[in-house]
Design a protein around this ligand. Structure first.
Ligand code: ZN
Length: 330
């Protein structure tokens, strides 16, 4: 077979040659101290043509677990493709990461400013550069998130429910739960999907926390997808991790909220199947007089638990996935 000439790719002014790796930086802005802030982008291109997969994390600066997932992809050299290209952006919101906060320094949530604009706020400008310089080259995007604050998400992938290819990818990824969820307006997922990219949004763990099981599930998922797309063969020493959990696809979910303020302790395992009326936790006072049971309001699966030891009335305590019986025989 004659050797096909690969297309020329230039990212942020750098020509990306086949068979080479690059670490380039998105130079966004300076801190008020005039310290330059840069977002490293790690690009590896195979000699063979193939799809481009973009792995990103830290769009919310305090969602450290995703950063660890992408970091390990790079440090284990799982980002070196057999075909196509892999782009890794471990920390999208470096500002937030520096100060362990979800937002940009101006208080804006980067994930509400896509696709961004050339002359908008800092978040908007950054979204614009990221979309036009990086995302535009990708065919598939996996974006890693965690639960907000103390809310610990069981590993799950979120996709829109109108695309069979994305569902297939989510199944290949292998996380136990697949949630159909509509796009949040002006989110990265909405903007990238609008450009025709296939996007998986991973949710696992909680903010400012590293969890080995979640990290593992995020890495294994990326490896499964890369293998399926022919971008990178599943590493041999990872074979034992290839086994997939029995997956649950769901659309509807409901939060169980605290009816009382108090100390809270959970008595249920995250990811567990529960029946309406099951006790999922206890709210007490600190003195030994007051104790109330918190019960599951629906039958389904626990997909998120609040790990906070103290709750206020109305706080979200547990998230229950309600499985549509037509789509799942569980
Ligand atoms: Zn997030």
């Amino acid at each position: 077979m004659s050797k096909k000439t690969l297309k020329e790719i230039t990212i942020l002014g750098q020509v990306i040659e086949p068979g080479k790796s690059y670490q380039i930086k998105i130079d966004i802005a300076r801190l008020h101290t005039r310290t330059k802030i840069e977002v490293p982008v790690i690009i590896t291109r195979a000699k063979k043509d193939g799809p481009c997969v973009l792995l990103s994390a830290g769009i919310h600066g305090n969602e450290v677990n995703g950063v660890e997932i992408v970091r390990q992809m790079v440090s284990n050299k799982f980002n070196i493709p057999d075909a196509g290209m892999i782009i890794c952006v471990p920390v999208l919101n470096v500002f937030g990461f520096l100060i362990k906060k979800r937002q940009f320094p101006d208080g804006k949530d980067l994930n509400r400013f896509f696709p961004g604009s050339k002359s908008g706020s800092l978040a908007s400008k950054f979204a614009y550069v990221f979309m036009n310089e990086i995302v535009v080259h990708a065919d598939y995007c996996i974006d890693y998130h965690t639960g907000g604050d103390d809310r610990f998400n069981y590993s799950q992938v979120r996709i829109s429910n109108d695309d069979a290819d994305t569902l297939k990818l989510a199944q290949v990824f292998g996380a136990k739960f697949i949630k159909y969820s509509s796009h949040r307006e002006k989110s990265y997922r909405e903007a990238a999907t609008g450009l025709g990219k296939k996007v998986l949004l991973f949710e696992g763990g909680k903010s400012l926390d590293l969890d080995r099981q979640v990290t593992h599930s995020g890495i294994t998922g990326a490896l499964n997808v890369l293998d399926y797309l022919g971008v990178k063969q599943f590493p041999k020493n990872y074979d034992s991790y290839k086994e997939r959990a029995k997956q649950v696809v769901f659309e509807d979910s409901i939060w169980v909220r605290a009816k009382y303020s108090g100390m809270y302790r959970s008595v249920i395992r995250n990811g567990a199947k529960i029946t309406k009326g099951d006790i999922i936790g206890l709210i007490t006072d600190p003195y030994g007089f007051f104790e109330r049971k918190v019960k599951a309001s629906k039958t389904g699966y626990i997909i998120c638990l609040n790990h906070s030891p103290i709750v206020n009335q109305g706080d979200a305590i547990a998230h229950i996935a309600i499985t549509p019986t037509s789509k799942n025989k569980v």
